[in-house]
Design a protein around this ligand. Structure first.
Ligand SMILES: Cc1ncc(COP(=O)(O)O)c(C=O)c1O
Length: 272
């Protein structure tokens, strides 16, 4: 993602290649910082307050100084003005030093072609982070493992991964929540499994109910995904993204993903 603009707490807008962190900031030394990624539609960050609430919760769980939401909103405004684009990605970082950052980047170009083609996913087995000390649901900058999962998926000729625990229970993707439809109902893993409470996931739960879908949240095994009529992921930047292949097997293309993508876009671009 091409970085267009950066705003820093106490400094305002700085050049995107300007250093912004202290060398002893634990965000760098330990990966101990909170972050958020949002999509901006027509100049308006979608579900901004929900993202700021999640950032504040992550910061508290990580033992960071209290998040100053008003400061972050002001930094977002400055960075969005400086970025000069209405449709983009906005990221917030809140570090222990403490440093507040708002970053504005270009939307990745490959998203719409990928939505057309559908993603190829591979399942990766790993631990389930459902013990409180493992920071379930905390969006921290310790994402090296998530990035390694994406890299492993690419190495195996896929686009992305879906995490499955050691018992075969489906969790989430490295940066997405996962959904599927079998018959009429939609299914998605429950938050109690220690997955991230996606803001898009929460939005889709509302929108799917309004569109007449029953949604079942729970613990489901990988085999159930393989029998799904359709499969898709949700995240702030990629929105609703259909899956075309799971572990090399074709997955059906259905209408729920397209319908939910359309209502999500409509909600995100609703005139103020
Ligand atoms: C692990 C993980 N799960 C799910 C998501 C999707 O969350 P959201 O819809 O809030 O973007 C993300 C977002 O980056 C994530 O990192």
């Amino acid at each position: 993602m091409t970085l267009l603009a950066v705003a820093v707490g106490g400094r305002g807008v700085v050049a995107p290649d300007e250093p912004v962190l202290r060398a002893d900031d634990e965000a760098l030394l330990r990966g101990r910082a909170a972050f958020e990624t949002l999509r901006v539609y027509g100049g308006r960050p979608f579900r901004l307050s929900e993202h700021l609430v999640r950032l504040a919760t992550s910061a508290e769980r990580l033992g960071l100084p209290k998040v100053d939401a008003a400061e972050l909103q002001e930094l977002a405004r400055l960075a969005l003005d400086a970025g000069g684009t209405q449709d983009c990605v906005l990221r917030f970082f809140w570090t222990p030093s403490p440093t507040a950052l708002a970053l504005v980047s270009e939307l990745p170009e490959h998203l719409e072609p990928l939505r057309e083609r559908g993603q190829r996913l591979i399942a990766l087995r790993g631990p389930r982070a459902d013990e409180p000390w493992l920071l379930p649901g905390v969006k921290s900058t310790s994402y090296a493992v998530n990035m390694a999962a994406e890299a492993e998926a690419k190495r195996r000729g896929a686009d992305d991964a879906v995490f499955v625990d050691v018992d075969g229970v489906v969790l989430e993707g490295p940066t997405t929540n996962i959904w599927w439809r079998r018959g009429q109902p939609l299914f998605t893993p429950a938050l109690e499994l220690g997955i991230l409470a996606g803001v898009t996931r929460a939005t889709l739960l509302e929108l799917a109910a309004a569109a007449g879908y029953e949604v079942r949240e729970g613990a489901f095994r990988l085999g159930e995904l393989l029998e799904a009529d359709e499969l898709f992921t949700s995240s702030s930047v990629r929105e609703v993204m259909p899956v075309a292949e799971l572990d090399g097997r074709p997955v059906g293309r259905g209408s729920a993903a397209d319908e939910l993508q359309a209502v999500l876009r409509a909600a995100a671009t609703l005139p103020a």
